[in-house]
Design a protein around this ligand. Structure first.
Ligand SMILES: *[C@@H]1O[C@H](CO)[C@@H](O)[C@H](O)[C@H]1NC(C)=O
Ligand SMILES: *[C@@H]1O[C@H](CO)[C@@H](O)[C@H](O)[C@H]1NC(C)=O
Ligand SMILES: *[C@@H]1O[C@H](CO)[C@@H](O)[C@H](O)[C@H]1NC(C)=O
Ligand SMILES: *[C@@H]1O[C@H](CO)[C@@H](O)[C@H](O)[C@H]1NC(C)=O
Length: 384
C-alpha cells in the first residue's frame, strides 16, 4: 500500500518536474543523473542533451567518453553550438537547397548552411528546453511539443519524446514522435560525440588512433562540397578512405595519408576526414553495426540500432576554442577541443532522403496523423 502511494507521488512529481519529497531530483546545476552497474549518465533538458557518460576503462576507473561542458549555462551561449549529444529535429542533418515537396506542394525551409538547411534551421530542437516527463534512478524521458512552422517550412504540430535509460554498461535511447495535424518530414537522431580516451592520451588528442568497424557498411552516400548527398550511392574498396567494413581493426585515421582524405568531407579540400552517411546493409537483428574502441583507455563501444545507417563526423570544424570538461583532458597540456579530436556517430535515416525518391526512403521520412515515428538504439560499453 505504502509502496504504491509513494510510486504515485513519484510519478506525479516527475510528470511536473517540480519540487517534491523523495523522488529523484536534478543536481543543483540542473543535471539529471541516471546509473546502473558500470555506467553513469547525466542529462539536461536543453536539447535533451547528455552532458556526461562515465563508463569503466581498462583499469576499472571511470572515464567520461562524450563531449560537453562543465558549465550548464554555456550550452545555449556557445557560438559554435556543435549539438553535443543533443536531439536535433524535427528533421536532422541537411535538406538540399532549403526545400522539399509533399503531395506536389513545395515547402521552403531556412537556408542556414550555405544554400542548404541544417538541423531544420531556426528553432531546431537542439536549441529548445525539453520537458522532463519521467525520471527515475536509471531512466529519464524528455518531451517536446513542436508548434507548426516554428522552424520555417515545417508545418503541423509534432509531439515527440526521448527516453534515455541505462542497464549494465549499456545506454539505451528510444524516441517516438507523431505529427498531429498534417504530413511533415521527421528524421531524428542522437548526435553523440565521442572521445573514448577523454582526451587523456598524452601522445595524441586526435581521434585517428581510435579503431572503427562498420561491418555492414560497404556502401556510403557520396557528398558534395557542402556535405550534402549528391544522390549517388558508392561502394568503398577495401582500405580506401571510406572503408570501415573490410576489417575489424581499421583505425579512424587509417587513410589519413591517402590522397583525398584532406577534402573527403568537402569544403573544397578544407574538411579532412569524415562528415558523411554510411548505409547499414543486411545487418542481422541485434548485431553491433558500429564498434568504436581505443587501446589507450581500453574502452569499446558497440552500437545497435533500428536505423538504416549512420552519419560519421570527425570534428574537422572544432577549432580549439571550446574548453574540455574537468573530467577530460590533461591539465596544462590538453584542455581544449581541437580539430579532428572527436567523432560524432549519429544513427539515422538517409540524410535529405525527402529529396531523393530514388532511394525509396520518402515514406520512412514523411509522417502524417496516425503514423508513429519510432527510433531505437543502444551503446554497449566493454573493454577491447
Ligand atoms: C537553431 O535555432 C537557434 C535558435 O533559434 C538559432 O540561433 C540557430 O542558428 C539554429 N541552428 C541552426 C543550425 O540553424
Ligand atoms: C512543456 O510543457 C508545457 C506545459 O504543458 C508546454 O506549454 C511547453 O510548450 C512544453 N515545452 C516543450 C518544449 O514542449
Ligand atoms: C512560416 O514562417 C515564416 C517565417 O519564419 C513565414 O514567412 C511563413 O509565412 C510561415 N508560413 C506559414 C504557412 O505560416
Ligand atoms: C600518416 O602520416 C603521419 C605523419 O607523417 C604518420 O605519423 C602516421 O603514422 C601516418 N598514418 C598512417 C595511417 O599511415
Amino acid at each position: 500500500m505504502k509502496f504504491s502511494l509513494l510510486l504515485v507521488a513519484a510519478v506525479a512529481e516527475a510528470a511536473m518536474a517540480g519540487p517534491g519529497c523523495d523522488a529523484p531530483k536534478p543536481d543543483k546545476d540542473g543535471r539529471y543523473t541516471i546509473s546502473a552497474p558500470g555506467i553513469k549518465a547525466k542529462f539536461i533538458p536543453y536539447g535533451a542533451t547528455m552532458t556526461n557518460l562515465f563508463v569503466k576503462d581498462k583499469n576499472g576507473k571511470d572515464v567520461d567518453v562524450v563531449l560537453g561542458y562543465d558549465d550548464v549555462a554555456y550550452y545555449p551561449k556557445d557560438p559554435g553550438h556543435p549539438v553535443y549529444n543533443a536531439i536535433p529535429g524535427r528533421y536532422a542533418n541537411r535538406i538540399g537547397n532549403g526545400q522539399y515537396k509533399i503531395d506536389g506542394v513545395t515547402y521552403k525551409t531556412e537556408q542556414n548552411d550555405g544554400s542548404n538547411t541544417l538541423h531544420s534551421g531556426t528553432n531546431n530542437w537542439s536549441f529548445r528546453v525539453f520537458n522532463v516527463t519521467a525520471f527515475s534512478a536509471d531512466s529519464i524521458t524528455f518531451s517536446i511539443l513542436d508548434a507548426s512552422n516554428s522552424s520555417q517550412g515545417m508545418l503541423g504540430r509534432v509531439e515527440s519524446s526521448v527516453t534515455y535509460s541505462v542497464t549494465d554498461s549499456t545506454w539505451h535511447i528510444k524516441m517516438t514522435a507523431k505529427s498531429l495535424d498534417q504530413k511533415t518530414p521527421l528524421l531524428l537522431t542522437q548526435h553523440t560525440y565521442f572521445n573514448l580516451d577523454a582526451y587523456r592520451d598524452p601522445s595524441t588528442s586526435q581521434i585517428w588512433d581510435h579503431t572503427l568497424s562498420l561491418p555492414y557498411s560497404k556502401r556510403y552516400l557520396e557528398g558534395d562540397q557542402g556535405a550534402l548527398p549528391t544522390g549517388k550511392i558508392l561502394t568503398a574498396a577495401p582500405r580506401s578512405i571510406n572503408d570501415f567494413a573490410s576489417a575489424a581493426d581499421l583505425a579512424v585515421g587509417h587513410a589519413r595519408n591517402q590522397t583525398g582524405f584532406q577534402g573527403n568531407c568537402g569544403a573544397d579540400g578544407a574538411c579532412e576526414g569524415y562528415n558523411g552517411y554510411f548505409l547499414i546493409d543486411d545487418a542481422p537483428r541485434d548485431a553491433a553495426v558500429v564498434t568504436l574502441s581505443s587501446a589507450f583507455s581500453g574502452v569499446k563501444a558497440e552500437l545497435r540500432t533500428d536505423q538504416p545507417g549512420v552519419v560519421l563526423y570527425t570534428c574537422n570544424w572544432m577549432d580549439g576554442s571550446a574548453v574540455l570538461k574537468g573530467s577530460q583532458g590533461i591539465k596544462g597540456v590538453n584542455e581544449k577541443v581541437g580539430k579532428s579530436s572527436c567523432i560524432a556517430i549519429e544513427a539515422q535515416e538517409y540524410p535529405d532522403g525527402i529529396n531523393h525518391p530514388e532511394w525509396n526512403r520518402v515514406d520512412k521520412q514523411i509522417y502524417g496523423p496516425g503514423q508513429a515515428y519510432k527510433w531505437e538504439s543502444s551503446w554497449k560499453f566493454g573493454l577491447v
